[in-house]
Design a protein around this ligand. Structure first.
Ligand code: ADP
Ligand code: MG
Length: 600
């Protein structure tokens, strides 16, 4: 029987667990179960993973990649030495280190894994995670949500039905989920979260606080120096952790800056009260998510039987305090907050492998999925209407089909744009993928197109569009970032990883291989696209123009409306392609028509 390992691929820390004697066990290396999710290069260009990489990140931020999970699913690269890596590749390095840890501990090769992701990860982010696993030489048998995993470590056979609230506050992501456990079955009733909220943000607030104080005193902004910033980030994280156990702590860093040739030291006392003031707004956000999850599950606080605290940042006393107040009862950490998710992933792996370890799992989709359609939005006809197909909180796996009709006589094709989100306007939702169904039969407007969404247990989406009249189904896999990555770059990436990846203990030298792509942004940068000022301006005016044109479409006669809509489709494509010339040309045409129609 194949052993399936469970992996918590965290923003900050990762762990690997297996089932031993029917129980999940987190595997340690040098007595430590936690592998910091940090990848770096030492001065000789050798690969570092985990603690060693984290330790040097202070001195060599430019040779270190942290929090790569926040970039998963984005089409960006990060630099490590003289090489470029995608987020999947960096994650693959972490996963491979964990795979090796498991192989060393178990004494045999490991091929399969269950990997956890935040409940709020999009399809693209899940696909990217799966791709990372494959690059690491793992067959990813299932991707499960982190809070779901945490529940799996909990007693699956309570005497009576129990509802649990899982509050997971890690380094970079926050999730809150409500689960119901009964007779060995775990059902997730609702899930909410924020993919950009966690202990990292607490560090950032404390860093700003400390730097502001220093600037007031010495007139120097320490944030401007990458090395000072990195040193301080480490210092404030230590201070933050200390404040979980003590009322006051000191942040002391020698020679953090220099003024007129004189070295300056940082020596600042911070008390828990000051710190709590800084993070309160962030914790308030988590409570809003909690309220949403509760109302989605249609539950009151007194209908929750247990609260599971997951994630290192839940060690913050204020988390316990705010949650206790909100839920009207004391809240305790019942399971090891750092390890619960990996243990639950191992339980899930055991279940799939047929080991008798616990409950059966019913998971839900935490967001609505649907497509963009022509329809009424705020009283106007718009092509940005979000038509829901699979509603939020639907149990997985889920398959739903909706019927759409063509808008024009003899329409030859239809653009299927798939979104996830809760807004009725697709522009406020997330584009998951898009494709065109072409070669439709020559029929009057009203030709029926069936759009089917299949969401599997890992939350990965397949979309099929078919024309009812011809009975001809056209199965299309979503062309999302990861799909493109897989087809074009997968082999490349494996080669590159083979080249750089030794073992954690025995890293191999990184050569001066080719580096084909353009230089990446500094690691801390947002992945914002760099557009030329004229292109940016063209896009901005075109976007305003589109909004204006859409209002006019509603009042126009059908022929003009169709013309205008067609132009807007072209304009949108031009924007997507970042083609400044096309944007300007089509914008001019649209402007003319808009002027003409306004005059009517
Ligand atoms: P992730 O799931 O994002 O990988 P973890 O669950 O390992 O993260 O949590 C990491 C976060 O927990 C970090 O921001 C870390 O600083 C924070 N953390 C760890 N220990 C403590 C503590 N004692 N007090 C407050 N925060 C802590
Ligand atoms: Mg976590």
């Amino acid at each position: 029987m194949d052993m399936i390992i469970g992996i918590d691929l965290g923003t900050t820390n990762s762990e690997v667990a297996v089932i031993r004697d029917g129980r999940p066990v987190v595997l340690e290396e040098d007595g430590d179960p936690i592998l910091p999710s940090v990848v770096g290069l030492d001065p000789q260009g050798r690969l570092l993973v985990g603690k060693a990489a984290r330790n040097q990140s202070m001195l060599a931020p430019e040779r270190t990649v942290r929090s790569i999970k926040r970039k998963m699913g984005e089409e960006v690269t990060v630099t490590l030495g003289d090489k470029m890596f995608t987020p999947q590749e960096i994650s693959a390095i972490i996963l491979r280190t964990l795979k090796q840890r498991a192989e060393t501990a178990l004494g045999h090769p490991v091929k399969k894994a269950v990997i956890t992701v935040p409940a709020f990860f999009t399809e693209g982010q899940r696909e990217a995670t799966r791709a990372a696993g494959e690059l690491a030489g793992l067959e990813v048998v299932r991707i499960i949500n982190e809070p779901t995993a945490a529940v799996l470590t909990y007693d699956p056979h309570p005497a009576e039905m129990e509802r649990l609230l899982v509050y997971d506050l890690g380094g970079g992501t926050f999730d809150v989920s409500i689960a119901q456990v009964e007779q060995g079955v775990v059902e997730i009733l609702a899930s909410h979260g924020d993919t950009h909220l966690g202990g990292d943000d607490f560090d950032q607030r404390l860093l700003d606080f400390v730097c502001d104080r220093f600037q007031t005193k010495h007139g120097i902004d320490l944030r401007e120096s990458a090395v000072a910033r990195s040193r301080l980030l480490r210092a404030v994280e230590d201070a933050k952790k200390a404040l979980s156990f003590e009322a006051v702590t000191t942040i002391a860093e020698e020679f953090i800056a220099e003024k007129n040739g004189v070295p300056l030291n940082m020596n600042l006392e911070v008390n828990r009260y000051e710190y709590e003031e800084l993070i309160e707004p962030l914790l308030a956000k988590t409570l809003l998510c909690l309220d949403k999850a509760m109302s989605d599950a249609k539950l009151q606080a007194d209908e929750i039987h247990k609260v599971l605290l997951v994630g290192g940042a839940t060690r913050t006393p204020m988390v316990h305090q705010l949650l206790s107040e909100r839920l009207g009862r004391p809240v305790h950490a019942e399971i090891e907050p750092d390890l619960a998710v990996a243990m639950g992933a191992a339980v899930q792996g055991g279940l799939i492998a047929g080991v008798d370890v616990g409950p059966v799992l019913v998971d839900i989709t935490p967001h609505t999925l649907g497509i963009e359609a022509l329809g009424e939005l705020d009283g106007y006809m718009s092509r940005h209407c979000f038509s829901a197909i699979i509603e939020r909180n639907t149990p997985l796996p889920a398959s739903r089909t909706e019927i759409y009709t063509t808008a024009v006589d003899g329409q030859e094709g239809a653009l299927i744009r798939v979104f996830q989100g809760e807004d009725e306007d697709t522009r406020y939702n997330t584009l998951v993928g898009e494709f065109t169904i072409e070669g439709l039969a020559d029929l009057p407007a009203g030709n029926q197109i069936l759009v089917r969404l299949d969401l599997d247990l890992s939350g990965i989406l397949k979309v099929t569009a078919s024309e009812r009249a011809t009975g001809l189904a056209r199965h299309v896999t979503i062309d999302n970032a990861t799909e493109r990555f897989r087809q074009r770059q997968r082999t490349d990436a494996i080669d590159r990883l083979e080249e750089v990846f030794g073992t954690a203990e025995n890293p191999i030298e990184i050569g001066n291989g080719e580096s084909s792509s353009t230089p990446a942004d500094a690691l801390d940068d947002q992945s914002a696209e760099r557009l030329s000022p004229t292109l940016r301006q063209a896009i901005e005016s075109a976007t305003t123009l589109i909004l204006k044109a859409e209002k006019i479409v509603a009042g126009a006669n059908p022929e003009d409306a169709a013309d205008l809509l067609a132009m807007l489709v072209d304009l949108r494509t031009a924007i997507d392609n970042r083609s400044e010339k096309a944007i300007r040309t089509i914008s001019d045409e649209v402007t003319d028509l808009v002027f003409y129609l306004e005059d009517q």
